[in-house]
Write a protein that binds this ligand. Structure first.
Ligand SMILES: [Zn+2]
Length: 173
């Protein structure tokens, strides 16, 4: 006989979290929605689940796709309602350290920090250091910006002058 699934609400929610944390980002499948920081909450409802997501960029075409993916992945838990919470707005600072490492390994330079614990205006610091963006492949700072937009509006296109490989930069917001 198969082991009975836990009937406790807690076990069910825990199982749903487990599934939710694994759902990949449709645009960059190496990173999960959880690592991207857009999953804000998961709650149980009478008939199923309620998932709270904060979309990355307003008008990002992936938002619809992400909602469909979440509904499909959690369908076995009942009715899945996706709530889009737009405030506070998502920032690239919400991308986890593990997520940043995965982006780099995938060949996308992870975004610089927008805010920091200190009082320094990081946006300005960041802008000044844009030309010295490190290549995710070889680490060289000898890179140049090719285009403000890469494969998606969320990314910019760069080229490394050391290894000559183009790469994308996840723009910080
Ligand atoms: Zn390089």
């Amino acid at each position: 006989m198969n082991p009975q699934p836990s009937s406790s609400a807690c076990g069910r929610l825990e199982a749903a979290w487990e599934v939710l944390r694994q759902i990949p980002d449709p645009e960059v499948p190496v990173i999960s929605l959880w690592e991207l920081g857009i999953v804000r909450d998961l709650r149980e409802t009478a008939g199923g689940l309620e998932v709270v997501l904060t979309p990355t960029y307003s008008g990002c075409p992936a938002t619809e796709l992400i909602q469909d993916d979440v509904r499909a992945a959690l369908a076995r838990f009942g009715t899945v309602e996706v709530i889009l919470q737009r405030a506070p707005a998502w920032t690239t600072d919400w991308i986890s350290e593990a997520g940043r490492e995965k982006l780099r390994a995938y060949g996308i330079a992870p975004p610089g920090r927008v805010l920091d614990s200190g009082a320094q205006p990081i946006r300005l610091v960041h802008r000044a250091s844009l030309s010295k963006l490190a290549c995710p492949r070889c680490g060289s700072a000898n890179t140049e910006k090719l285009s403000a937009f890469g494969s998606t509006a969320c990314k910019a296109l760069y080229r490394c002058l050391a290894c000559r490989e183009p790469f994308e930069y996840f723009k910080p917001i």
